[in-house]
Design a protein around this ligand. Structure first.
Ligand code: PHE
Length: 340
């Protein structure tokens, strides 16, 4: 009785596996015969209840059948694994292609990268500082009087804090003293970074801006060095000859101080709508480092001289890429970013 059963189980098993076309159904077949409650498993479990003679005869048969089944299962599995699934391999060449979305860099990043390429060629080091500053570095060390309007709540984001008076830095100039505390002249640095102002925004004003500061200090640095380096930089940046114009101005941390213009990059100074017919474009502030700032940094008074400037990255990007409204930069609007 059992003998025939085993032969039957084997032949049904072989038929079932040759009909299985997937690894999953193949596995189900295996479970059906040699799983925990499989047909052959039942016979094997029952061996101990058989009379000794029968056990002697059936035992080896059943065990051999189990090995054969397991071996055949492995072979079939390998076969199925190697088989090419033509359904899956089929390619419909008439389907539309998958679109690759390619990102692009923000124009402020592009300008930074350009700047960071040019200045190291002139021996400048790139230095950064924190966006959350103390009153000391942002204002006091830079010679701001206590009643200066930049210290007002209206102009500046003050942070509530139990310890020091903290402020979202209003310019990159605080890095001047931070750097000088650690280094002795001569040196040349640029400081790229984000700055914040409590502004009512319009086409020309934003609350979050990017600047880059330059600071060159040595024993005999003068305004001529500043003009020369500025001219080299802006000519390289715009890819054409650019002239520089300085107008007297005031900053607490420079003396003398300047407003700084470049010749119009559209008309080269002749006058056009871009420069409102003036021939010049306003770029930023600059000046010779005030001796009080050197003293804040721990240098002796009147030992060194240096120049500093602070320019807005957005302004430069607006000129270079002809962007009409500064609010685009922080808008998060992908239609804007994708153009660069
Ligand atoms: N920090 C000044 C500003 O943000 C610019 C400046 C920098 C002026 C360095 C002079 C020297 O307006």
């Amino acid at each position: 009785m059992n003998k025939e059963n085993i032969a039957g189980i084997k032949s049904r098993f072989f038929e079932d596996i040759s009909n299985s076309q997937t690894e999953k159904s193949l596995y189900d077949v295996k479970v059906k015969y040699v799983g925990r409650n499989g047909e052959l498993t039942k016979i094997l479990k029952n061996l101990k209840n058989l009379p000794p003679e029968e056990r002697k005869e059936i035992g080896p048969l059943a065990n051999r059948a189990r090995h054969e089944i397991e071996k055949a299962y492995e072979e079939r599995k390998k076969e199925l694994g190697e088989r090419i699934d033509w359904e899956k391999e089929k390619i419909d060449v008439t389907l539309p292609g998958k679109k690759e979305e390619i990102g692009s860099l923000h124009p402020a990043t592009l300008v930074y990268r350009e700047i960071e390429k040019i200045f190291p060629l002139m021996g400048f080091e790139i230095v950064e500082g924190p966006e959350l500053e103390t009153d000391w570095y942002n204002f006091t060390s830079l010679n701001f009087p206590f009643d200066h309007p930049a210290r007002d709540m209206q102009d500046t984001f003050w942070i509530k804090s139990d310890k020091k008076k903290l402020v979202l830095r209003t310019h990159t100039s605080p890095v001047q003293v931070r750097y000088m505390e650690k280094r002795k002249p001569p040196f040349r640095i640029i400081v790229p970074g984000r700055v914040f102002r409590n502004e009512a925004t319009d086409a020309a004003h934003e609350h979050t801006l990017h600047q880059f500061e330059a600071l060159v200090v040595g024993e005999n640095i003068n305004v001529g060095h500043f003009k020369y380096i500025a001219k080299l930089f802006f000519s390289a940046f715009f890819g054409k000859k650019v002239d520089i114009r300085l107008r007297p101005s005031f900053f607490p941390f420079t003396e003398p101080s300047f407003e700084f213009d470049i010749s119009c990059t559209v008309c080269a100074g002749k006058g056009c709508p871009s420069c409102k017919n003036g021939g010049w474009l306003e770029i930023g502030g600059a000046g010779m480092v005030n001796q009080n700032v050197f003293v804040s940094a721990g240098y002796p008074r009147n030992r060194y001289q240096g120049f500093a400037w602070g320019f807005g990255i957005e302004r430069l990007a607006m000129m270079k890429y002809k962007i009409d409204d500064i609010r685009w930069f922080e808008s998060g609007d992908l239609r804007f970013i994708k153009q660069f």
